[in-house]
Design a protein around this ligand. Structure first.
Ligand SMILES: C[S@@+](CC[C@H](N)C(=O)[O-])C[C@H]1O[C@@H](n2cnc3c(N)ncnc32)[C@H](O)[C@@H]1O
Length: 405
């Protein structure tokens, strides 16, 4: 056998990894590959862990230091959840300038813009990739609106729907150990399940173990809000079946009346004109036998889902008032209803009512995201413990084995 090796069809992720590791080890590519192959041949290959943890043993009470990136960041619902569990944010992308304004006020950092314009190599290595990717092409409202406009939706929508593939490309190139994604529940049934299958297949092909669950935020906040959470673990690091389980909701859910302001501005009370219109509209639909219409909130229960269109008429969540027309929620009540911290000095509302309604209606509920993060951390912690016992998870590199033959 000659002492030359010529490898064809090297997968993109492996090429990027080789380039990155070559630079990091300050070797020539040839030297790096020979060292790596030699280590593999001696069966002593242990890859560098993608996150740099101090030595020691993490107990359940201790915080595990980890890093994350916040994509499609909105106003940082994921960031709140990850930071409160010990995460350090290394990179953020959000292109909407009003959301950027809120985000930079709340976190002291201006997000980068359009993710499609950012090359993955510009993104630092990180442990968790968090992304509530845009749901408009997948949500029922988005689909019917786009259908009625004769436009394509889901993956066929050439802009918004394909943003998932930007996440997939970043995952392929950066290989974050964990992905934490969130979307509308309807993502699972969109296009007769084909969109969901494409997403899961793509993540599986990237060698991630995929877990998903529809979680109703109503256990944590007084709002019925079902969202699908997708948590993925790099199989090379965690094996094919990491011990991950989604959290169960807390036992005592809060009541809608708990989030109400004592003396809201009268401008939030519906005008006679709008209230009359909403009642008429509901009546017309009742006659046709469907349930469209406004929703008067049950003060002792949970509200309907706050949508990004709440600013239009607020009809999905109205608050009954004695001897007055009902009123809509104030932006601060929306902040509470979404479970964002209720601290006006640290998290002030710095945009118009319209933008604030849109931002909260689009956001992830940080309390739910935080519960999911708390379920992810033991899996990361387990790996850390193995590392410290000197038996780091072996990461088989099938491509390298093939290349060596
Ligand atoms: C469903 S929201 C996510 C909200 C976020 N999870 C939160 O808690 O606020 C999706 C966000 O993606 C942003 N977005 C859409 N396309 C984008 C792109 N190409 N680059 C960066 N951000 C984008 C939207 O402006 C929107 O804020």
């Amino acid at each position: 056998m000659s002492n030359q090796l010529n490898i064809r069809n090297v997968p993109t992720d492996l090429r990027h990894w080789i380039r990155r590791e070559t630079q990091r080890s300050q070797q020539k590519q040839n030297e790096f590959l020979i060292t790596t192959l030699r280590q593999a041949a001696q069966l002593s290959y242990t890859p560098p862990l993608p996150f740099d943890l101090p030595l020691g043993r993490a107990t359940n009470e201790e915080r595990l230091p980890f890093s994350f990136i916040d994509l499609f960041a909105g106003i940082g619902g994921f960031r709140i959840a990850l930071e409160e569990n010990g995460g350090k944010c290394l990179f953020t992308s959000e292109w909407d300038r009003y959301s950027q304004r809120t985000y930079s006020r709340w976190f002291g950092e201006m997000p980068r813009g359009d993710i499609t314009e950012i090359h993955p190599s510009e993104i630092p290595d990180h442990d968790i990739l968090a992304a509530g990717f845009p749901c408009q092409p997948f949500s029922i409202a988005g689909v019917s609106k786009k259908n009625s406009l004769g436009r394509l939706h889901g993956f066929k929508c050439t802009t918004q729907g394909t943003l998932f593939f930007n996440i997939a490309t970043i995952a392929e190139i950066k290989r974050p150990p964990v992905l934490l994604l969130e979307n509308v529940k309807n993502l699972k049934s969109h296009d007769q399940g084909r969109t969901w299958k494409t997403i899961c297949d793509t993540l599986e092909e990237l060698q991630y173990a995929v877990f998903s669950e529809v979680i109703d935020a109503a256990g944590w906040v007084p709002q019925h809000r079902e969202r699908v959470y997708i948590v993925c673990f790099d199989k090379y690091l965690f094996g094919d079946a990491p011990a991950f389980e989604f959290p169960a909701p807390p036992e005592n859910s809060p009541k809608f009346e708990d989030i109400l302001e004592q003396s809201p501005d009268p401008k939030y009370t519906l005008t006679d004109h709008l209230w009359g219109y909403l009642q008429e509209y509901a009546e017309r639909h009742r006659e046709k036998g469907n349930g469209f219409g406004f929703g008067l909130a049950d003060l002792r229960g949970v509200s309907r889902t706050l949508s990004a269109r709440y600013y239009k008429d607020g009809s999905e969540i109205l608050i009954p008032q004695a001897r007055k027309n009902p009123r809509r929620l104030t932006p601060r009540e929306c902040q509470r209803l979404m479970g964002f911290p209720d601290d006006p000095s640290r998290f002030p509302i710095v945009v118009s009512d319209t933008q604030a309604y849109r931002q909260f209606g689009n956001a992830v509920v940080p309390k739910v995201a935080s519960a999911v993060v708390r379920s992810i951390l033991p899996v990361l912690r387990g790996q850390w413990e193995r590392q410290n016992k000197g038996c780091l998870l072996k990461r088989p590199i099938p491509e390298l084995e093939q290349a060596a033959v």
